[in-house]
Design a protein around this ligand. Sequence first.
Ligand code: MN
Ligand code: MN
Length: 324
Amino acid sequence: MTDHYRRRSPVSGREFDPMDEPRFVEVPTFMRAPLATTIDGLDVALVGVPFDGGVTNRPGARLGPREIRVQSSMTRKIHPVTRMNPFELCRVADVGDVHFEDLYDLRKAHGEIETFYRRLREAGVAPLTVGGDHSISYPILRGIATEAPLGLIQVDAHTDTWGEFQGSRRHHGAPFRRAVEDGLIDPRRTVQIGIRGAQNVTDGWDFSADSGMRVLFMHEVARIGLDETIAEARRVVGDGSAYVSFDIDALDPAFAPGTGTPEIGGFTTLEAQTLLRGLRGLRLRGADVVEVSPPFDPSGVTALAGASLMYELLCLLAETIAGR
Ligand code: MN
Ligand code: MN
């Protein structure tokens, strides 16, 4: 381990790697990574976006970053399957949360998120985000956008390509429709995995299909199996740059009850790990885990799932960066 990960007690002068300490000690940053004082020289920024001003049902995802910092104290270094250590491949740090001057204005708050991510992009730092509701993925994609639209792997019970709701086009059921309209993602290189649940209208499903996205409904995933699902996702996204967005409601509520719009018939945590592990080698520019709502998560199991999937995403990002 480089000095990057070491901390020095201002009292005792003792130097230590927080990751090697007992799980329950020290201030909980994401994965016990150092709290960054600068983004210079960083490869991966762990970012909290404590914002849930775009929810259509149960709120609480604003508390997701804080709770996932706590649950991610369980994170360790070496991956059980690949034996790789993302913290060795890359310089990783917790850069804190996006700050809001205009928390109660959805458009302005999204603008602040976009500005934050543009700074990371300009510094060449890949963001790994914890939300927050899913509306944040739209300004994140705006912030990290370059000339070419990104491919997208979205794991979610919902397509989030719906139209206006209660007078807003920026709610958490719409980020990827906005992203297509702005040319931030290429719908032909977009795959949506785990879609399910009845709807009153089919506008979102139709937008996804009509725009050219590959929509893998959960019943199709169940029929073709995980290996085929992974192969299809890889085929759709191809070799170009891509982004992964993981909505925790893709998991079955038995595994992730703490979320705003739960839908039964979802992935197990093991299936989600297997799915993400199948994405090795894709050219990822960033990723997020969203929609963990601690008030509906009394045991903390949803935040633990979110933290654990965040580690899988970190491993994917680290391998991409190390391979460049
Ligand atoms: Mn969802
Ligand atoms: Mn979503």
